[in-house]
Design a binder for this molecule. Structure first.
Ligand code: CA
Length: 365
């Protein structure tokens, strides 16, 4: 049985395996039935606390969708950060096949490839609607697959947070000078921009944020938005809640798929994994959109959170610094440059449309 499974895995589809396994004339239906009865038991590692709202539950949604859509032919056991591997080892775990699937955000993997960051969030970049267009109809999925190809991983979009919040601070931010010397938990390209503004960015998994801020190990933090920030209780350890999340105008969450494991699946199950991921992506954005406003009300009315907009000149300065940071990385990394130029061109073009559609509509309110 094991040997037959192994041989079946070598074929790219039912027909190829069938031809290798019998003397002509073959009965493709018999082979199809072997393929369709094969069961797969997979593991999914994540970078999130267990069942954390939106992110951890998004991973569980994806695992359940794969099981349901495959009629139980693929079962997926979800591991929270630290249960099978630490949060920031999820990428390696999927790359090496310790787990067949991962659920995370690509900016955690900038040490693997600088270009990876462009598939999570870009400061002053595109929002969820625009990024979805870039991925599915703009050619970005091919670029993302190319970026992860050397690591034996196939990426798929598996979630969107929508526009995030700017973060939690214990002092007022009235000018960019107020960011100087600030030790802040902020990942990815946003962290690089904070560094350029004189701050010290720290990347740490969500589970460590509350204690780090409480003990003064960090001075400020961003996490996601009201829904997730309330779940961590960040209002208990910081005074001011700033908006908007200039550094994460949307963050794409990803499904990491081990390429060897994916190749072993018959075609219909390959489609199940990819389409389940699409469904998870859409569901997560809906969940954040529906929950953020309820959590915001709770933060304002029950916790009296001091909600502040970043001053316009702070945002203008951060935008300039963001452009500098992005251009500098592009000058040193060919793949980053290619993906960034593609991103920027799409953003410029989609903005021309959105200026007179989405944005113009918001301005009527
Ligand atoms: Ca964030």
């Amino acid at each position: 049985m094991r040997r037959r499974d192994f041989l079946a895995g070598l074929g790219t589809g039912a027909v190829a395996t069938g031809l290798a396994a019998c003397t002509p004339p073959c009965e493709p239906t018999a082979t199809s039935s072997t393929q369709s009865s094969r069961r797969f038991t997979w593991k999914m590692v994540t970078t999130w606390p267990p069942n954390f709202p939106g992110l951890g539950t998004g991973a569980t949604y994806l695992a359940n969708a794969i099981e349901q859509m495959s009629g139980g032919r693929i079962t997926v056991k979800v591991y929270a950060a630290g249960e099978l591997v630490p949060a920031f080892e999820a990428f390696d775990a999927v790359s090496q096949g310790t787990a067949e699937l991962g659920h995370s955000a690509s900016y955690y993997w900038k040490g693997k490839s600088a270009a990876a960051q462009l598939f999570s969030a870009v400061p002053f970049g595109m929002n969820a609607q625009e990024l979805t267009a870039w991925l599915y109809h703009g050619g970005a999925l091919d670029l993302w697959r190319e970026t992860y190809e050397p690591f034996n991983i196939i990426p798929a979009p598996a979630g969107h947070t929508g526009v995030q919040m700017g973060g939690w601070f214990n002092k007022e931010i009235n000018s960019v000078a107020d960011l100087r010397g600030l030790k802040m938990r902020i990942p990815g390209l946003g962290g690089e921009v904070l560094k350029r503004a004189g701050g010290t960015p720290v990347s740490m998994p969500g589970s460590e944020i509350f204690t780090s801020l409480q003990t003064g190990n960090i001075d400020a933090t961003e996490w996601t938005g009201p829904y997730n920030d309330l779940a961590f209780g960040l209002q208990q350890v910081a005074k001011y809640y700033y908006y908007p999340g200039w550094h994460e105008p949307n963050t794409i969450l990803e499904c990491l798929i081990n390429k060897d494991a994916f190749s072993e699946l018959p075609e219909d199950l390959q489609a199940v994994v990819l389409r389940a991921s699409d469904a998870a992506a859409q569901n997560m954005l809906a969940e954040y959109t529906a929950r953020n406003h309820i959590a915001l009300k709770t933060l304002k009315e029950e916790h009296n959170v001091d909600l502040r907009p970043f001053p316009r000149d702070v945002l203008d300065r951060l935008r300039k610094l963001s452009e500098e940071v992005l251009q500098e990385i592009a000058a040193t990394d060919e793949l980053f440059a290619r993906v960034y130029n593609h991103y920027r061109d799409f953003q410029t073009n989609v903005s021309a449309w959105h200026d007179i559609s989405e944005k113009a509509y918001y301005l009527t309110k």
